[in-house]
Design a protein. Structure first.
Length: 337
């Protein structure tokens, strides 16, 4: 068990390293952030100062090395008077931001949030996304288990057909369309729930339903199919032959064996929830990590985008490792090698 966990940690490190390099290459292909930070009237000298300050004037391999392991060189402070887009005109004077490197979690200073380290900005927004994801996961998990069990216990009935139709609709409808529809119905027409914002528990209902809808549809179908497979096994027929009530058979003998494929999908759901959070948080004005990524991409804030994407990748990889380790608890027959 310990050896397997250590080997998985090493694999996680390789995956995160690959994510670091991939993020750096992709972001650098999107263009020069200095052109977006400065107004159209900025001189070439102003552009050169900004590029020098953030190390954008260096060769790409040097920028990659600095991104990964940090910059230990000394460079003189720069001062100029420039007009940054949206921030007015003023003097910029500071040393080029030092970085210990992305490998140690230091992605440098944000370009949009001037002189603020990128990773603390990501960590400040992350709890908001966690709250939304937990609400969405609770909604999709509880409802999918209930609907999947009901559908499997009464297969091919009218109720089963209704559940399967509901699951397919949830899995097919895109988040952005469902979010706008929920706002129109429950916020605009009925006035029951707020359309956006963050504060009370009512604010999280519509975003959670929107974010968890596709997971709900996928998990409901998976629970149903897994239940049907387990219910056809010989030991289930033996349990029923002993006279055990159906609820005892389902609770004690079926659910635990159903949970292995379901837990696997739940681990993968973390990635889809993070991806859906980018759209959902933008629609509902939720101050989370997904909205931060959208805003930072529009500003070409390379350090913040890099920190956010790598942080999400690390969380996703670690959760999937925990899912793999949970298999032995769910089914002692599973051997981890």
């Amino acid at each position: 068990m310990v050896g397997y966990a250590l080997s998985r940690l090493a694999q996680c490190g390789l995956v995160i390293g690959g994510v670091l390099v991939t993020v750096f290459v992709i972001l650098n292909l999107t263009g020069d952030p200095a052109s977006l930070l400065l107004p159209p009237s900025a001189s070439q000298q102003d552009v050169a100062v900004i590029r020098h300050r953030y190390g954008l004037d260096r060769p790409l391999p040097v920028q990659l090395l600095r991104f990964l392991v940090g910059d230990t060189g000394s460079r003189a402070p720069q001062q100029t008077t420039i007009g940054l887009a949206g921030y007015g005109t003023g003097a910029v004077q500071s040393k080029v931001p030092r970085s210990r490197g992305a490998i140690l979690g230091d992605f440098g200073n944000s370009i949009r949030f001037t002189d603020q380290p990128a990773m603390p900005i990501v960590l400040q927004r992350f709890p908001y996304t966690v709250r939304l994801m937990l609400a969405a996961a609770l909604y999709s998990t509880v409802l999918s288990l209930i609907l999947g069990i009901i559908s499997a216990v009464r297969p091919y009935s009218l109720l089963d057909q209704a559940v399967r139709t509901f699951a397919v609709l949830n899995q097919s409808v895109p988040n952005f369309w469902l979010g706008l529809l929920l706002i129109l119905v429950f916020a605009v027409m009925l006035g029951w729930l707020p359309s956006m914002g963050y504060g009370s528990w009512r604010d999280v209902i519509l975003p959670a339903i929107t974010l968890g809808s596709q997971s709900l549809g996928r998990n409901t179908r998976l629970v149903r199919s897994s239940m049907l497979d387990v219910l056809s096994q010989d030991y289930i027929r033996s349990a029923r032959a002993k006279g055990l009530p159906e609820r005892i058979v389902v609770a004690r003998h079926v659910l635990k064996n159903v949970m292995i494929p379901v837990v696997t999908i739940w681990g993968l759901d973390v990635g889809s929830l993070f991806g859906g959070a980018v759209v959902t948080e933008s629609i509902f004005g939720w101050p989370g990590l997904g909205r931060l990524i959208v805003e930072s991409v529009s500003f070409r804030d390379f350090p913040t985008v890099s920190a956010a994407v790598v942080f999400i990748a690390a969380v996703f990889v670690l959760i999937n490792m925990a899912v793999d380790l949970s298999y032995m608890w769910l089914d002692p027959r599973v051997k981890l090698g």
